[in-house]
Write a protein that binds this ligand. Structure first.
Ligand SMILES: Nc1ncnc2c1ncn2[C@@H]1O[C@H](COP(=O)(O)OP(=O)(O)O)[C@@H](O)[C@H]1O
Ligand SMILES: [Mg+2]
Length: 231
């Protein structure tokens, strides 16, 4: 028995988190065992690397090279500790970002040598490749609007409801500053170009979805693309 590995890609605010939740509910309602993951992250080691990459107060002068290596270190751990065993157990894995984000952000965005980026990705993942990649595309202006919307929603939700139980979180919470959101517009334009190049290079694996449509329409499109690969 072999599982199914589906990745969700695209710039911030494209609706990856939203659509992963909806897709997981849909697949679970069909009796599938679904595992949702995020990159960087998904194991205790990888979540610490995530914190270092995104939120840590000491990350201000991180070099592009260190960023590339840390992304792949997080990934190497996730692939061997979680993804490969889950695939062998026949589970359906939905992953929020995977190696295409490294090609787009560290390769195109940070302008690191694309051959070196590809070599490091190959080393990090070995034979593990997504069966399907859903690229949620929105223009930069909508990406920025939705990031603001998400920050507003998060701010409204910080006050814990009365009577709620506190529990030890499994992961670092994504609160406060994110180093990636500090990049300039030219960076995000290069990232967008990177995602376009990836979808053109691998049209069978990578499916582009117009994510400016409503949440329901995007979900319908996703279900249409996943249905043919369900066994
Ligand atoms: N299709 C959509 N139309 C309008 N708003 C959306 C849509 N998809 C997501 N959003 C909203 O945009 C914000 C960012 O969505 P999110 O799923 O967190 O994106 P991502 O995980 O790709 O960064 C959230 O406030 C979400 O409710
Ligand atoms: Mg998200």
């Amino acid at each position: 028995m072999s599982g199914l590995f589906i990745t969700f890609e695209g710039t911030e605010g494209g609706g990856k988190s939203t659509q992963i939740h909806l897709t997981a509910d849909w697949l679970e309602s069909q009796g599938r065992e679904v595992l949702t993951l995020r990159e960087p992250g998904g194991t205790p080691i990888s979540e610490e690397i995530r914190h270092l990459l995104k939120h840590s107060e000491v990350n201000h002068n991180m070099t592009a090279e260190a960023e590339l290596l840390l992304m792949n270190a997080s990934r190497a751990q996730l692939v061997r500790e979680v993804i490969n065993p889950a695939m062998e157990a026949g589970k359906t894995i939905l992953c929020d970002r995977f190696y295409d984000s490294t090609t787009a952000y560290q390769g195109y965005g940070r302008q690191l040598d694309l051959n070196s980026v590809a070599t490091l990705i190959d080393f990090a993942v070995g034979e593990t490749r997504p069966n399907l990649t859903l690229l949620l595309r929105v223009p930069i202006s909508i990406s920025q609007e939705r990031q603001q919307q998400r920050r507003d929603e998060a701010a409204e939700n910080t006050a814990a409801p009365k009577g709620s139980t506190t529990h030890v979180p499994l992961h670092f919470d994504d609160v406060g500053r994110d180093r990636f959101e500090e990049a300039d517009r030219a960076f995000f334009e290069r990232v967008e170009k990177g995602f376009r190049a990836i979808s053109q290079a691998e049209p069978y694996r990578v499916k582009v979805i117009d994510a400016t449509k409503s949440i329901e329409e995007v979900q319908e499109q996703i279900r249409k693309l996943i249905t043919p690969i369900l066994k």
